[in-house]
Design a binder for this molecule. Structure first.
Ligand code: FES
Length: 155
């Protein structure tokens, strides 16, 4: 994305706000929804728009785990690290995903296709071990099921 595109997209986001300081969190959330993460230029523009210091914007955004500062992949692969999934061998699934994608949790593939994360109990313990790709939940995972799911050829 060029700098001009980025500015245009951010301007569009900011039109929904009035520039009050107390809009910082909703503005950050809307910007992240737009870009998938918070690029440095976006945070600088947000500071200007809300007439607060850049350090305040950085301070607040780094306080909340929901905000990301690196681009994330188009598809998010999440593996449950809850007790049921742990007991049923989710670590073998994680190893396979790491091998297939060549990344560790918290990282994104260089083509920006996939990000890998671990999550707390997903609430589907009966299906443990659980893997979530985008909005799709895959239960009773085995290492063998990983590659077909990631390349979209699962049955
Ligand atoms: S422990 Fe994994 S879904 Fe509950």
């Amino acid at each position: 994305m060029t700098e001009t595109e980025l500015k245009e997209r951010l301007t569009e986001v900011l039109t929904h706000y009035t520039g009050q300081k107390n809009e910082l969190i909703p503005v950050l959330q809307a910007a992240q929804e737009q870009f998938g993460y918070l690029p440095a230029e976006v945070m600088q523009e947000i500071a200007r728009f809300l007439r607060i210091s850049e350090s305040t914007v950085y301070g607040v955004s780094t306080f909340y785990a929901q905000f990301k500062f690196q681009p994330t992949g188009k598809k998010k692969v999440r593996l449950c690290r809850g007790t049921a999934c742990h007991v049923r061998g989710v670590s073998r699934i994680l190893d396979e995903v790491e091998k297939q994608l060549g990344i560790k949790p918290g990282e994104t593939t260089s083509d920006l296709e996939y990000s890998l994360e671990t999550i707390a109990c997903f609430g589907s313990c009966a299906l443990a071990p659980v893997m979530v790709v985008g909005n799709n939940v895959y239960g009773r995972m085995t290492p063998k099921k990983v590659a077909p799911i990631l390349d979209g050829t699962e049955q």
